[in-house]
Design a protein around this ligand. Structure first.
Ligand SMILES: [Zn+2]
Length: 245
């Protein structure tokens, strides 16, 4: 079996009613990794997996909408279940923030600083990371399963990022589409829908799922604009959606 992607949350920058912030559960047959854990994502995570079966959490950058629910997970793992040294990958900036709001890192987490190693393994998954074009140190992630199926997650990025840095030919590209068009986007370091479509096309993605739409966005309009640039059908992430690669 290939990888499975479960969307835990996908709201851009702050949570919307019934839509948590960024969080994605990626599983092979034997390994489970959570990419990002923003506001509300830990609640959704508990619908899909026992916390003891999460092998690692990977936090792409220090913006709170991508990690703040790690604080809630720590209460359950450390105090509730006696599970310590949960492996977490995150930038040094993220580690400092988590330490501040969680009375330290150890023993609850075993922290691996994200960045120096551009390729690493978690269980039978291979992860490759590259910097994106964002306000803080941020990494896009490519996850490859034991059978070669792969997922590309853009995290947050401006138009200066190229998915080609993580290789071509991915089975599914999960790309941020914070704003509908260039007028809405302005000069902020995020993507609009046609930029997301172009990125997925550049990655040779067989499937495109848009995510991180800001609350109030029109998903169908995003999908239409992205599809024109991508050249294929486009999905928009929603909490609980499962994609089998
Ligand atoms: Zn961000």
């Amino acid at each position: 079996m290939g990888l499975t992607l479960t969307v835990l949350g996908c709201s851009g920058s702050y949570p919307a009613p019934d839509v948590p912030c960024s969080g994605y559960l990626v599983r092979s047959d034997t390994t489970a990794v959570v990419l990002d854990m923003g506001h509300g994502a830990f609640a959704e995570l508990q619908r899909h997996i026992d916390v003891a079966d999460v092998d690692a959490v990977v936090l792409t950058h220090a913006h709170p909408d991508h990690w703040v629910d790690l604080t809630g997970m720590r209460i359950l793992t450390h105090y509730g279940r006696g599970l310590d040294h949960v492996p977490v990958w995150g930038t040094d900036e993220t580690r400092r923030m988590v330490a501040t709001v969680s009375s330290g890192i150890e023993p609850a987490f075993r922290w691996h600083v994200l960045g120096p190693e551009r390729t690493f393994a978690i269980g039978d998954l291979e992860l490759r990371i590259e910097r994106t074009d964002h306000y803080v140190e941020t990494y896009a992630v490519r996850v490859t399963g034991p059978d070669g199926t792969s997922l590309l997650y853009s995290s947050d990025t401006g138009p200066g990022w190229s998915p080609a840095e993580l290789g071509h030919d991915v089975d599914l590209a999960l790309v941020e589409s914070s704003y509908l068009d260039a007028d809405e986007l302005g000069d902020v370091l995020h993507l609009c829908a046609d930029m997301a479509g172009a990125a997925a096309r550049a990655a040779g993605a067989r499937r495109l799922v848009l995510t991180h739409l800001v609350p109030g966005a029109d998903p169908e309009a995003h999908a239409r604009a992205a599809a024109a640039a991508y050249g294929g059908p486009v999905d928009v992430a929603s909490p609980g959606a499962v994609y089998a690669l």
